[in-house]
Structure formats: structure tokens, C-alpha cells
Design a binder for this molecule. Structure first.
Ligand SMILES: Cc1cc2nc3c(=O)[nH]c(=O)nc-3n(C[C@H](O)[C@H](O)[C@H](O)COP(=O)(O)OP(=O)(O)OC[C@H]3O[C@@H](n4cnc5c(N)ncnc54)[C@H](O)[C@@H]3O)c2cc1C
Length: 386
């Protein structure tokens, strides 16, 4: 039987036996059928088949109007789960994957700090071992949706006396633990979608450590590469919207260059979709940076074009009141087109900046000489910090 036929059979059985059904029942059955993350091993929500099959599975599920296990829990689905699958113990895979897919536990990413963004390996949050626990102190920032998450993907420094990449350890942090404080941060859209997270003497059980002590950088890279694949597989929202606005746009009739921009963008969005399809492999790798750059550029240019198609109306966004999203279900990319335009400015920063993506492609894909890194071999504790 071909791979496609195996997937089709599994989907047919799922729909025959479990649809229509309640959200939880359907998602649970989808997980058991191996159609949650089809590339993961059997028993972990997968069938051990190529990852490229997953988009077809979701297309069928969406077409049938069945519940969707990824939309309400995007960071956990696209970043947390593959990281646990790659680095977690059997007990952790059992503990975390099903609740992620059912949307019982939402995850956020606690990587960036005031002194560690592009240079993520410089994180200063400290985790010190105390028997079967780790005592964690530090501050994270730009933590999207931490206020509505149950678990944080946390990277902390466990050994300051070795070079920065070697002294890190990764944890799945229960955000309800004493000592975790989440404060909203307001963005230029008015939304407080991201937060800063203060960690004061938080006691994390060692059973929540993902990967070996000191191996946190490798685990982090798994999360980051999956994050870039997630961004890169974003839809063609702004281009579709620009096409819609173009139909009634007086600006378009006045300025033929707008039409040319629209067509160029439409072509770029198509090319990106095909490139992503070609670059999809079972393990997210550095090629994911291609999609991340393309997504950021198309989104930004697309919403800029939408603003130009609206003409003077584009200036009418005036709702800068602080709004704290109440749940993941609200989505972070929707709403008024003017709001989306403002939000899209972040696309070339979040998930790693476009400059950093270019460095990754230059070094890891094209094999160009690495950029100079003066602190690479010095113990982290001896590197001067501001
Ligand atoms: C909307 C949004 C959501 C976010 N969500 C999260 C989240 O959920 N969790 C999380 O952990 N983080 C999150 N971030 C943080 C994001 O990952 C960082 O902002 C990003 O990695 C850049 O780090 P920085 O802000 O410290 O900027 P810096 O690293 O200080 O960079 C400043 C500028 O210098 C450039 N630069 C820096 N180093 C180099 C270099 N070596 N070569 C060339 N140029 C360089 C950068 O490209 C950038 O233009 C989010 C950010 C945004 C905007």
C-alpha cells in the first residue's frame, strides 16, 4: 500500500468511527489514529510517515468541519511537541503530547531575555540544582501569550563556568508554580499579546528537565527550527486580502503601480509555498529559515500594499487602548487590516530576526565562513555584559 493510501485509510476509519463527535473525543481519536503528528512514531500521535503528509490530513479535517488540534495551541503544537518528541524521555512523551493535542495545556516560549535575543545562548536566568529540584531565578521577556499558557519552554543557565552554549539546560516549566509572575507588555497595536515573566526561587522538579543537563542549547535549536517552519508555513493572508481590497480600490485605478506590486507579491507568495513544500523534511532544519524570511517579507509587504490600496482610510486606526487577549482562540494575526499592518512589523523580529536567518542560511546551507564570535570559547562567567 502507498503512504497516501495508508493515510487515506486511517482518515476514513477516523471519520467513520468518530465523526460527528465532541471536540475532545474527536481529537483524542485523531491522536490515537496517529494523525496528530503523522511523522512521529506510533503511540506518540504519529504513524512514522513523512511529515509532508500532515498538511493533507489537516486539509481533510478542515474540509469535514472537524475540530482542529493545532490552531488553538500553535506554539505547543508546532514547537513544544516536536521538541519533546526529539529530546524527551518516554515518560515525558506520554505526559505531554496528548494534552497538547487536546488543547488541555497551552505552551509559551520562555527564551528571550533583556540581554539575550539574537544572542540567545547568552541567557542569564540561573537554575541551580537542589536534590531532585532546580531553583530558578531570572527574567524572560517578549513571552507571547504566557498569561494564558500552562507550560513554558524554558532555557536556563546551569553552568556559568563553561562557554555559553554548553552551560544551558531546558525545562518544561509549570507556570502555576510559586515564584512565577507574568506581567503584560503592550505593543504598538494596543494589544498586550506578549509578556515579561519573572522567576523568583521557582522550584522545578528534575522530571521536567528536557534533555541532559548542559545540553539545553541543542534542545533549544530543535524548538527554534520548528518555530521557523511554523512561521514559514503561514498562509497567504495579506495577499488574499490585498486582492479583495483591490477590487474596490480607487487608489488602484489611480495608480497602476499598485497592480504591478500586487501581482509581484502574489507570485512571491506562490513561490514561497512551493519552496516550503520542497523543503519540508521530517526533521526541521536550517532550511526553515528560508520560509521564515519569505513569510516576514511577504506579510510586511502585503499589509503595506493593503494600506496603500485603502489610501486615506488606512490612517483611521485609532484604538490603542490596552487589550489583553483572553485566550489562544482569539488568534494574534486577525482583526482590522490596520491592526494587522501594525502587527506585521514584528514578523521580521519574532522567531529570530531576518538578519539572523540570513546568517544561518549563509553558514549552514551555503557553507560560507562563519561570522566572528569572540566569546564562543570563553566561559560565560568571564564574558563582559552590560
Ligand atoms: C511579536 C514578538 C513576539 C515574540 N515572542 C517571543 C516569545 O514568545 N518567546 C521568546 O522567547 N521571545 C519572543 N520574542 C523575542 C524575539 O525572539 C527577539 O525579539 C528576537 O530574537 C530579537 O532579539 P532582540 O529583540 O533582543 O534584538 P537584538 O538581538 O538586540 O537585535 C537588535 C538588532 O540587531 C540585529 N542583530 C543582532 N545580532 C546580529 C548579528 N549577529 N548579525 C546581524 N544583525 C544582528 C538584529 O537583527 C536586530 O535588527 C518575540 C518578539 C516579538 C517582536
Amino acid at each position: 500500500m502507498t503512504i497516501e493510501a495508508v493515510v487515506r485509510d486511517a482518515l476514513d476509519t477516523l471519520f467513520r468511527d468518530h465523526w460527528p463527535a465532541g471536540r475532545r473525543e474527536f481529537l483524542s481519536a485523531q491522536f490515537d489514529a496517529g494523525l496528530a503528528w503523522v511523522h512521529l512514531p506510533e503511540g506518540s500521535g504519529g504513524l512514522g510517515l513523512p511529515r509532508a503528509q500532515q498538511s493533507g490530513i489537516f486539509a481533510r479535517i478542515d474540509a469535514e468541519g472537524a475540530p482542529n488540534g493545532r490552531a488553538r495551541n500553535p506554539l505547543a503544537y508546532a514547537m513544544g511537541a516536536p521538541t519533546i518528541a526529539a529530546w524527551g524521555t518516554a515518560a515525558q512523551i506520554e505526559r505531554y503530547l496528548r494534552p497538547i493535542f487536546l488543547g488541555d495545556e497551552h505552551w509559551c516560549q520562555l527564551f528571550s531575555e533583556p540581554g539575550a535575543g539574537s544572542d540567545l545562548a547568552a541567557v542569564a536566568t540561573r537554575a541551580v540544582r537542589d536534590g531532585d529540584e532546580w531553583i530558578v531565578n531570572g527574567q524572560k521577556v517578549w513571552s507571547s501569550m504566557a498569561h494564558v499558557s500552562e507550560i513554558g519552554m524554558l532555557v536556563a543557565r546551569t553552568d556559568p563556568d563553561v562557554p555559553k552554549h554548553r552551560g544551558l539546560t531546558y525545562f518544561a516549566l509549570d507556570l502555576s508554580l510559586p515564584g512565577v509572575e507574568v506581567r503584560p507588555l503592550r505593543q504598538m497595536t494596543g494589544d498586550a499579546e506578549f509578556t515579561e515573566v519573572y522567576l523568583t526561587d521557582v522550584r522545578i522538579p528534575d522530571s521536567c528537565r528536557i534533555g541532559d543537563v548542559g545540553a539545553g542549547w541543542k534542545v533549544c535549536v530543535s524548538t527554534l527550527m520548528n518555530e521557523r517552519v511554523m512561521f514559514g508555513s503561514g498562509g497567504s493572508g495579506p495577499v488574499d486580502l490585498a486582492l479583495e481590497l483591490a477590487r474596490d480600490s480607487a487608489e488602484l485605478r489611480r495608480d497602476p503601480e499598485l497592480r504591478a506590486r500586487l501581482i509581484r507579491l502574489w507570485i512571491r507568495a506562490r513561490v514561497l509555498r512551493l519552496t516550503n513544500a520542497r523543503a519540508t523534511t521530517d526533521t526541521a532544519g536550517p532550511q526553515g529559515s528560508i520560509g521564515k524570511i519569505g513569510y516576514a517579507e511577504i506579510n510586511k509587504a502585503g499589509y503595506e500594499l493593503c494600506m496603500d490600496l485603502l489610501g486615506g482610510e488606512s490612517l483611521l486606526y485609532d484604538d490603542y487602548t490596552t487589550r489583553v487577549p483572553e485566550g489562544w482562540g482569539q488568534g494574534i494575526d486577525g482583526g482590522d487590516v490596520r491592526r494587522r499592518f501594525l502587527r506585521s512589523r514584528a514578523n521580521s523580529i519574532e522567531g529570530g530576526t531576518t538578519e539572523i536567518m540570513r546568517t544561518i542560511l549563509a553558514e549552514r546551507i551555503l557553507g560560507l565562513p562563519p561570522e566572528p564570535r569572540a566569546d564562543k570559547d570563553r566561559p560565560w562567567s568571564e564574558v563582559p555584559r552590560g
